[in-house]
Design a protein around this ligand. Structure first.
Ligand code: AMP
Length: 213
């Protein structure tokens, strides 16, 4: 499978990517996770990215494209689920070129669609395991033991960019810079729109139906 999971912050890309990864044994490539790891490791990329991320802005295209290409180069025949990349037309074009070079074009871009009020509610209740990156939610996906990751027992945390001011900025950035990428993929005939309101299993069933799997 070669899929991009598309959608505004809080649309459920990480959660659905995790489900798809399990089903298709594909690689889960999240540029957000890679950048957070770089910030935690205090690498040059991390030091550069941190300010953008804390403000809810996009990290410059050249930095993110290099990260995505490096991860894509390491994927096998089972393919990949891209989560949070591309987020600009420049990134989408760079992705197409990289995939054309290896003769493995995108099969689907799945757009997870959710109303903005619900996005804010979802983001402000979001927690994540810093060790294995499994996402949780105070309302819709509570861990079995409060504050502890079901998968690896890591101590759950809330991201700095899930604070209200950063959330509002991320949604503004999505509307102005990322949403136009949908037209790019509509033109290529790979876009599938999925109603992403409902419980995780319902949405996953709709995603699978959209990709014929
Ligand atoms: P995410 O976890 O995907 O919401 O990403 C968290 C933050 O990382 C974003 O708000 C951006 O600052 C940065 N980021 C992740 N992916 C990208 C991307 N494709 N382009 C630019 N910035 C990104």
């Amino acid at each position: 499978m070669r899929i991009v999971l598309f959608g505004a912050p809080g649309a459920g890309k990480g959660t659905q990517a995790s489900q798809l990864t399990d089903k298709y044994c594909a690689a889960h490539i999240s540029t957000g996770d890679a950048l957070r790891q770089a910030v935690a490791d205090k690498t040059d990329v991390g030091l550069l990215a941190k300010g953008y991320m804390d403000r809810g802005e996009l990290v410059p295209d050249d930095v993110v494209i290099a990260i995505a290409k490096a991860r894509l180069a390491g994927t096998g025949d089972a393919g990949f689920i891209l989560d949070g990349f591309p987020r600009t037309i420049t990134q989408a074009e760079a992705l197409d070129i990289a995939l054309e070079e290896v003769g493995k074009p995108l099969q689907f871009v799945v757009n997870l669609s959710v109303a903005e009020e619900l996005l804010i509610e979802r983001l402000s209740g979001r927690w994540v395991c810093p060790d294995c990156k499994e996402p949780y939610h105070l309302v819709s996906k509570q861990p079995k033991v409060s504050g502890v990751c079901d998968k690896c027992k890591g101590k759950l945390m809330q991201r700095d960019d899930d604070k209200l001011e950063a959330i509002q900025n991320r949604l503004r950035v999505y509307n102005s810079q990322t949403e136009p990428v949908l037209d790019y993929y509509t033109g290529k005939g790979v876009l599938r729109n999925v109603d992403a309101v409902g419980d995780i299993c319902e949405v996953f069933a709709r995603v699978c139906e959209a990709i014929g799997g």
